[in-house]
Design a binder for this molecule. Structure first.
Ligand code: MN
Ligand code: MN
Length: 469
């Protein structure tokens, strides 16, 4: 074959232009099978964890199988040690201790395992017109119209006064019933259809239908409600007052499934941010002897602002890190100032159906790899931690050296809205932090869609960060 000489224009274009390419054009054939295997594990993780509590349980099971053990203050901390710490069953931190001292800093992957959903109120059960319902208070940013007329499962716990914890999970077992929030028929929706989308479905209208059969041979009031309570009492040993100390959530009754004739995508509930949580976890579980200590933080409460004792703002993370540092005689602040955190959270994938909401040149595209976000925030970047150019450059180098397919991403148009992640709370700790994650279609919807290639590349990015940042 004869090499055709490039024209000056061709040379310049090749040397100087930043060309974005579909990830499939750069994906080595040898990576296809590992990608599918990885995605199979991810789908199982999604099906096993529909709430943060269930994700913590699943995480600990996987971690123990990979040689991790619970960390307790005062334990020895040696290179190669594998620890985890469970924060109240709703958040979990894991570490693989590096050959270098913690004075050299840690490589941290931080994601969240809570997702938007519909929580039951503390006095939820009522009967009206001979139907039984649960009153709800939604959690996180949902578009309410998406949650009516779909099958729902109920997951959570009831904490009894005795200290006993009763686990509830209805809808995902073989032969289980499901629940639903009814919608108005189009024939009678003339008035409702005139309302703005945000007003057509008020929060107090999201009442879950849970029963309709009245108690037999009874002349008292609320015969449907008492019949439901009777069932709950027989199955769980609870009475109405026990809802007061319960955390019960309605989540979509969908399993994680391949999407598309080519099965190139995954559709499921709760992929924001379990898709990055699983990437950060799976990469850590495979890690053997890193130079710097690698830490995976799976946080709760991100969808409501990272508040609360299990959110990223809480000091549980500092306590875990300080206890590890103390075992090596290192001040926590000395570790933090040398550390790096990849705040692994999803970003918006450019959606041609809603092209107006995006600025395509700077939006993440499906199948173009893990999306790096220099800044998040709203309006004039309000609320962003805004990683420095130096930090972005270091991550570029690490990902390129590792063969990770990645892209830059900004969440939608300027002034179109905005969002935040746990990045700000890591930056506040004096830890250099960059946002990165999987681009998602229909983010926060009951059924979110991602690309398998992007999932796998986020996992590879986490590995690259743990091993070589
Ligand atoms: Mn998120
Ligand atoms: Mn979110």
């Amino acid at each position: 074959m004869e090499d055709k000489e490039m024209t000056r224009g061709e040379e310049l274009r090749k040397a100087l232009l930043y060309e974005r390419k579909n990830g499939y054009d750069n994906l080595p054939v040898a990576e296809r099978e590992p990608m599918e295997t990885y995605c199979e594990g991810y789908r199982q993780f999604l099906d096993a964890g529909k709430t943060e509590r269930e994700c913590v349980e699943r995480t600990i099971r996987l971690a123990e199988a990979a040689g991790f053990r619970p960390f307790r203050r005062g334990m020895e901390v040696k290179p190669g040690d594998r620890f985890y710490q469970n924060n109240r069953g709703k958040s979990v931190m894991l570490a693989v201790i590096g050959s270098k001292s913690l004075e050299a800093g840690a490589n941290i992957g931080a994601a969240h395992i809570d997702s938007p959903r519909i929580d039951l109120k503390q006095n939820p059960l009522y009967e009206t017109d001979e139907l039984a319902y649960f009153k709800t208070h939604y959690y996180g940013g949902i578009r309410k119209y998406q949650w009516v007329s779909i099958p729902l499962e109920i997951h959570g716990v009831v904490a009894l006064k005795t200290g006993q914890i009763v686990r509830v999970s209805v809808g995902d077992g073989e032969g289980d019933p499901v629940f639903t929030i009814t919608d108005l028929l189009p024939h009678l929706a003339a008035e409702q259809s005139k309302k703005p989308l945000g007003e057509a479905f008020p929060g107090e209208g999201l009442n879950i239908l849970v029963g309709s059969r009245p108690l037999e041979d009874d002349e008292g009031s609320d015969r449907v409600k008492i019949a439901v309570l009777d069932l709950l009492n027989r199955k769980y040993g609870i009475a109405e007052r026990d809802f007061i100390s319960a955390e019960l959530s309605a989540v979509p009754a969908f399993r994680a499934q391949d999407v598309g004739f080519d099965r190139s995508m995954i559709g499921a509930y709760g992929q924001d941010d379990r898709v990055c949580g699983y990437a950060a976890l799976a990469a850590l579980l495979q890690l053997e002897n890193p130079e710097r200590t690698a830490v995976c933080m799976l946080a709760d409460k991100e969808e409501v602002g990272s508040t609360g004792v299990t959110g990223m703002e809480a000091s549980a993370f500092d306590t875990f890190m300080e206890d590890l540092c103390a075992a090596q005689g290192v001040p926590l602040r000395a570790c933090y100032e040398q550390s790096f955190c990849l705040s692994a959270d999803v970003t918006a994938a450019y959606d041609p159906n809603y092209a107006d909401a995006y600025e395509k040149r700077n939006s993440a595209l499906l199948n173009y790899g893990v999306g790096l976000c220099k800044y998040t925030g709203a309006r004039g970047k309000s609320g962003a931690s805004d990683a420095s150019a130096e930090v972005v450059a270091a991550v570029r180098r690490v990902l390129d050296d590792y063969g990770v397919i990645w892209q830059m991403a900004e969440l939608g148009k300027v002034d179109g809205g905005g969002g935040g992640t746990v990045a700000v709370f890591m930056a506040k700790r004096n830890i250099d932090t960059l946002d990165a994650g999987v681009p998602v279609l229909s983010m926060h919807a009951p059924f979110e869609t991602v690309s398998k290639l992007d999932c796998y590349m986020t996992f590879k990015a986490m590995k690259a960060v743990y091993e070589t940042m």
